[in-house]
Design a binder for this molecule. Structure first.
Ligand code: HEM
Ligand code: HEM
Length: 184
């Protein structure tokens, strides 16, 4: 089975990255909002540690996904106005930028707060900076704001995909869904 994307469909590796990361994002975002309201205690620490480990996993996946994507061709788009094609491309670039910036801002916040960082109790990660209360507050703000921007962009991106599928009846969504669907 060909792993790479073709002129007519996204390849299975790109599709696996796309939906795998969506599942992790769908889990980590509500956990992020939920955990900040938990009372101090071992339960809160556990949920924070899980949030950070999944966030670091997403960062590693973003690196691998981008490396893979740089060697990929983009399937030709179905006919659409030029502004829509440009908007889709801009959203994709922005989603890549956010897939790096969000976990990195979390890591920066964690470092400036002076907390240790481990990936699933297996790997110790270094601090990006020493303890710094001003940077801690700024990084926390940044982490939260970037997630808000991400939610808006993903919302528009998903709405556009559904519009292509249900209104335009073209192959945009099928070319990314698991399976063989592509562009004719
Ligand atoms: C793509 C990955 C990530 C997403 C989508 C994400 C999302 C979120 C969200 C939605 C919140 C709640 C925001 C708020 O209301 O304060 C949050 C908080 C937090 N995140 Fe992340 N996060 C990610 C990665 C990380 C990473 C890698 C770390 C650390 C290494 C991290 C550390 C934290 C911490 C410490 C908080 C709590 C802030 C506080 O206690 O005020 N996050 N995150
Ligand atoms: C329910 C949510 C989502 C739906 C329905 C959806 C749908 C799609 C579709 C149909 C495409 C192909 C577009 C084309 O060929 O031009 C695509 C591409 C893409 N999507 Fe999503 N998507 C969703 C969530 C996400 C999320 C959470 C991310 C964030 C990382 C994301 C990032 C991308 C990127 C970067 C591309 C371009 C292909 C690539 O480089 O991997 N999508 N999406």
């Amino acid at each position: 089975m060909a792993l790479r994307s073709t002129a007519t469909a996204w390849g299975p590796v790109t599709r696996a990255f796309h939906w795998g990361m969506l599942v992790l994002f769908a889990g980590i975002v509500p956990v992020g909002y939920y955990m900040t309201d938990l009372p101090l205690g071992p339960q809160k620490l556990k949920v924070y540690a899980l949030h950070k480990s999944v966030g670091l996993t997403l960062l590693a996946l973003a690196v691998l996904r981008l490396a893979w994507r740089l060697g990929e061709r983009r399937p030709a788009l179905p006919p659409m106005p030029a502004w829509q094609a440009r908007a889709a491309g801009a959203a994709h670039v922005l989603l890549y930028v956010l897939a790096f910036a969000i976990p990195l801002s979390g890591w920066l916040f964690n470092s400036a707060a002076g907390f240790p960082l481990q990936w699933f109790h297996l790997v110790n990660l270094p601090a990006l900076t020493g303890p710094d209360p001003a940077l801690k507050a700024a990084a926390r703000e940044l982490h939260e704001s970037l997630v808000a921007v991400f939610l808006v962009v993903v919302g528009l991106h998903a709405a556009a995909a559904l519009k292509h599928h249900f209104v335009d009846h073209d192959t945009t969504l099928r070319s990314m869904l698991p399976g063989r669907g592509g562009r004719p």
